[in-house]
Design a binder for this molecule. Structure first.
Ligand SMILES: [Cu+2]
Length: 286
């Protein structure tokens, strides 16, 4: 009987090395693919408001910087692990007090942190700026819905969970918001605005948003606020200034308002069997 010829020793070692290399490359690639990371947005929205575009670019640069620095550190770690792995019983040459190197790895991270801080400060100042506005919207969060009222007008939007209340706001105009909560802490978050604020009981949070493009954007509560938190959705509909004016004016027509209330009552009756209420009449703007 003939025994199969064994591969030469060198070929076996090379095959093993290739196997290890393939695994070393496949592992980070699989992690990247499974993370669901989107490039180049890194899952942020490109932004539908003036300040959200700045937030988007800041986020992009932060993410790219993190990838570069993370990659650089990984390469250094891999180099040190491979180059200085144990090869025998002798202790390798010990070195210390590498002053230039120690200064570099102390000063460079400090400069990076200052850079990140300064860039964040510039963008946050833009986001928290409070210019004069003609339009104000009061947003009140409650378990588990949203009430949007428009001071100085009869307009309102009121709905909970599956009713998906739709806040109307004009495009191309600074809109001032007063955000409050009736009960517990909620979060006012609109993904396409790259914007989030706490709605706190007893506190009025104020901010200004300038929506640049007309469209409908998805919003939701981002603070775990109780049983139906996961259904605490709303929409933001950005319309032209003339459409906005017409929508506000429609609330001055008693017939329209009565029809809106009737529609709200029907919606309320359809959903109240699913969601517990506070016992008050739920009204729904149009
Ligand atoms: Cu919530």
């Amino acid at each position: 009987m003939q025994t199969p010829a064994l591969p030469p020793q060198g070929a076996t070692v090379r095959a093993r090395r290739w196997r290890h290399l393939r695994r070393a490359v496949a592992l980070p690639l699989a992690a990247l693919a499974l993370s669901g990371c989107t490039i180049p947005s890194f899952y942020a929205s490109e932004g539908a408001t003036s300040s959200s575009k700045s937030v988007y670019h800041l986020w992009q640069w932060f993410s790219i910087g993190a990838v570069i620095i993370g990659g650089f550190v990984c390469i250094l770690v891999a180099y040190a692990v491979l180059r200085y792995r144990r090869k025998g019983d002798h202790i390798p040459r010990q070195s210390q007090y590498q002053l230039p190197l120690e200064l570099a790895y102390t000063i460079v991270p400090i400069l990076i942190v200052f850079g990140l801080f300064a860039a964040t400060l510039v963008v946050e100042n833009k986001e928290t700026a409070n210019p004069a506005t003609k339009v104000t919207i009061n947003v009140n969060a409650f378990q588990w819905g949203w009430k949007f009222t428009y001071p100085g007008t009869n307009a309102f939007v009121y709905g909970q969970t599956t009713q998906n209340p739709e806040m109307i706001m004009p495009a191309g105009e600074n809109v001032h918001f007063n955000l409050t909560s009736s009960d517990v802490i909620h979060g006012f978050y609109v993904h396409d605005f790259n914007f989030s604020r706490y709605a706190l009981p007893g506190v009025r949070n104020e901010f200004t948003i300038l929506a640049q493009n007309e469209g409908t954007y998805f919003g939701q509560c981002t603070q775990l606020c109780g049983l139906y938190h996961s259904l605490m959705y709303f929409r933001v509909k950005v319309v032209s200034q003339s459409q906005y004016a017409a929508w506000i004016a429609s609330f001055n027509n008693p017939a329209d308002e009565a029809a809106a209330k009737a529609a709200a009552k029907t919606t309320y009756q359809q959903t109240s069997s699913v969601v517990p209420t506070h016992g008050s009449t739920t009204k729904f703007g149009r």
